[in-house]
Write a protein that binds this ligand. Structure first.
Ligand code: MSP
Length: 682
């Protein structure tokens, strides 16, 4: 059943009672980087993520938000999806536990366990923790849950039970025969100690609420959320379906190669899940990898603590690559790590804007300047030890990076790649290509070619290696190196000396504009504004297609805050007809050029691609947006306005923005999904 050429990786499926934050993003980004790299290594890769949508917790969150569970889960699930799309997460499938394919698969799993004699009917009376969806038989009424410290509820229920006690020995045997099954080692030891201390049968159905998957032939009961949720790893690839295509898919990808999880759900994944699979006589996943927590202000970032940071804040300021790089570089995988805006900006400026950004921009701009944008031929006879050293270091970097990445040592792997970046930057400074360029003799010309070739080749190697981590910037550097689409690259054959000589460089643009102090302030402000609206309220106020907080205006701003303000009578009288509206032509534009207008501190001059043409637009947004940050951004343009002149410059169209506060601070309208320039709005 197990095909060594395939690689199946999963994230936990996230609860939809809370909106996504950077803790969820962490797991997802780690998996995405692994999946992207596996694809580049030629593996038949399948990357699954999704949302966990059943249970009392969610039923209650929906009730608190004043909507049906279905409406509630649809909204939050679409928010997760939209965020992953913005983060450039290359998931192959997104499973929702409310989908028919999952419901069918979970019921098939339940029946299979029942048929094999592992499920029986019994009853439970005692304490129940709604938050953990767990019976906590060790405590009496009024005593908080030993797991999470929240109050427990007294329940008396007839339940179906799973014979977990019978799995004690088989599990211990499995752990000992598969030392890599649970990683890291510390988690494996915890799990073994837990199982050794004795396992009691597990209640796998509930009658106290309805929002779940009915037990086959006994719909008074719904299936325990964790049995429901864990089965997603199988149901998403066809378990429970009879179609030949689904059967083939199951055969192709199961068992999973890596279940990536946070350390708080180790017991469910390393004890219950393998116990269910052993009982069902299904192969077990190859490994379960538990990472540490992202801390904010010293505590685990979580909605209940109210100390979350939302990924959108970083996406709106520094971009997805900055967050992806920070999470993999700053946090030692497996351990807890702290997040702060200061540390994020520091890493961004030091590693991305300075080190990699400088290497890329100076190498490419010198090739443009001195060799008319064509990769120069290095001299074969006149190599200095310094040139050789860079080539050797690059080869070593490729080997080390692969080994470290495969060991889940992402931070070390990136450190390795950045040592090469630092060495090449030093090499450039020491070899002073700008000075060599001034000497206009044949030898100097050959020397200049070798220096720039060596730098560009090292840049190519680093770009290829770190593409799974920072996909956006590396794709752009790759294009600028004249190499086309980076997605076509086969990482297995990456080696020193493959840069195409004579290749024409693409258009050179900076990839990481530096951030400054005001970026931190802006991020903090955005977070404050985002946290002023409660999850449930915002979730109900927003329309189903516009996930909360992503409607263009931000939570906390008048447009989305709390209840909808009453519409003044005059506004109703002034309504326009659809024909009036259709007179306004709006299109998606992509900003190609943005720069300040001399002598006008509020104005920016932009060149915006609106599909059919590139328009010059002058807009009063200079105080809110740094020009370099706008390049590449998709905006909304009113395209059929009469041109007008501002400071002598013709503005041919209007950029659409929300206007905030008394000062009318502009916030540009944009899109969550990727939309092509020129698309019409209606
Ligand atoms: N629905 C269950 C998982 C079922 S899997 C069959 C669940 N969901 S969750 O929404 O609470 O997500 C938990 C996962 O989100 C963690 O295991 C971890 O992967 C990620 N994280 C959430 N907060 C986190 C941090 N503060 N730090 C790191 N990861 C975090 O549990």
């Amino acid at each position: 059943m197990d095909n060594p050429e395939k690689f199946y990786i999963t994230t936990p499926i996230y609860y939809v009672n809370a909106r996504p934050h950077i803790g969820h993003t962490y797991t997802t980004v780690v998996c995405d980087a692994i999946a992207r790299r596996q694809r580049m290594m030629g593996m038949d890769t399948w990357f699954l993520t999704g949302t966990d949508e059943h249970g009392q917790k969610i039923e209650r969150s929906a009730a608190a938000a004043g909507c049906s569970p279905r409406e509630f889960v649809d909204r939050i699930a679409s928010e997760f999806r939209a965020l992953w799309d913005r983060m450039k997460i290359t998931y192959d499938d997104f499973i929702r536990t409310t989908e028919p394919r999952h419901v069918r698969g979970v019921q098939a799993m339940f029946s299979r366990l029942q048929e094999r004699g592992y499920i029986y009917k019994g009853s439970y009376s005692g304490q129940y923790c709604v938050f953990d969806e767990l019976y906590v038989d060790a405590v009496g009424p009024g005593v908080p849950c030993p797991e999470c410290g929240r109050p427990t509820e007294t329940v008396c229920e007839e339940n179906y039970f799973f014979k977990l006690s019978a799995m004690e020995e088989p599990l211990l045997k499995y752990y000992s025969e598969h030392p890599d099954f649970i990683r890291p080692e510390a988690r494996r030891n915890e799990v073994i100690a837990f199982v050794r201390s004795g396992l009691r049968d597990l209640s796998v159905s509930r009658t106290s609420f309805k929002w779940g998957i009915p037990v086959p032939n006994d719909p008074r009961h719904v299936i325990y959320v964790w049995l429901d949720a864990l089965a997603n790893y199988l149901t998403a690839i066809g378990f429970g379906s009879d179609t030949p295509a689904d059967k083939q898919e199951l055969e192709r990808y199961w068992p999973a190669d890596v279940h990536m999880i946070g350390k708080e759900i180790v017991r469910f994944h390393c004890v219950y899940w393998p116990a269910f699979l052993l009982a069902a006589d299904l192969p077990l996943p190859r490994s379960i990898m538990a990472h540490g927590w992202l801390l904010f202000e010293e505590n685990k970032m979580s909605k209940s603590r109210g100390n979350i940071v939302r990924s959108e804040t970083i996406l709106d300021t520094l971009g997805g690559d900055a967050l992806r790089y920070f999470l993999l570089r700053e946090i030692v995988f497996g351990q807890d790590g702290s997040f702060s805006f200061d540390a994020l900006v520091q890493r961004f400026n030091a590693d991305l804007a300075n080190d990699l950004g400088n290497l890329s921009s100076r190498t490419l701009s010198m090739i443009t300047r001195y060799f008319e944008g064509e990769v120069p031929y290095p001299s074969h006879s006149e190599r200095t030890p310094a040139d050789e050293a860079i080539g050797n270091l690059a080869q070593q970097t490729i080997a080390d990076f692969h080994a470290q990445f495969e060991q889940f040592q992402f931070s070390r792997a990136l450190e390795t790649a950045w040592s090469l970046v630092a060495a090449v930057n030093k090499y450039i400074v020491e070899n002073e290509p700008w000075a060599v360029a001034e000497r206009d003799d044949k030898d100097s010309r050959a020397r200049l070619a070798t220096i720039l070739y060596t730098s560009a080749e090292a840049l190519r190697v680093v770009t290829a290696l770190v593409h799974p981590v920072i996909p956006d910037a590396t794709s752009r550097i790759w294009m600028q190196l004249g190499l086309g689409e980076i997605s076509d690259l086969d990482l297995r054959s990456l080696a020193w000396g493959q840069l195409q000589l004579g290749a024409k460089l693409g258009k050179i643009e900076p990839v990481f504009p530096r951030a400054d102090k005001s970026t931190i302030e802006r991020m903090q402000q955005m977070e404050q504004q985002r946290s002023t609206g409660g999850v449930s309220k915002e979730a109900t106020a927003a329309s189903p297609d516009a996930p909360p907080g992503e409607t263009g205006a931000r939570p906390g701003h008048p447009a989305t805050q709390g209840a909808t303000p009453p519409v003044p009578a005059a506004a109703i009288e002034n309504k326009i007809t659809i024909d009036d509206f259709l007179k306004v032509e709006m299109r998606v534009g992509e900003v190609k050029v943005a720069e300040k207008v001399k002598g006008a501190d509020k104005l920016l001059r932009m060149e915006v691609d609106i599909g059919s043409e590139v328009r010059q637009i002058v807009a009063g947004i200079a105080k809110a947006y740094q020009p370099e940050k706008l390049i590449g951004r998709k905006v909304v343009i009113v395209t059929n306005l009469q041109p007008r002149k501002l400071r002598g410059l013709e503005s041919n169209g209007m950029i659409v923005a929300a206007s905030l506060g008394d000062e009318g601070q502009p916030v540009l309208a944009g899109f969550l999904e990727d939309v092509p320039a020129g698309a019409k709005l209606k």
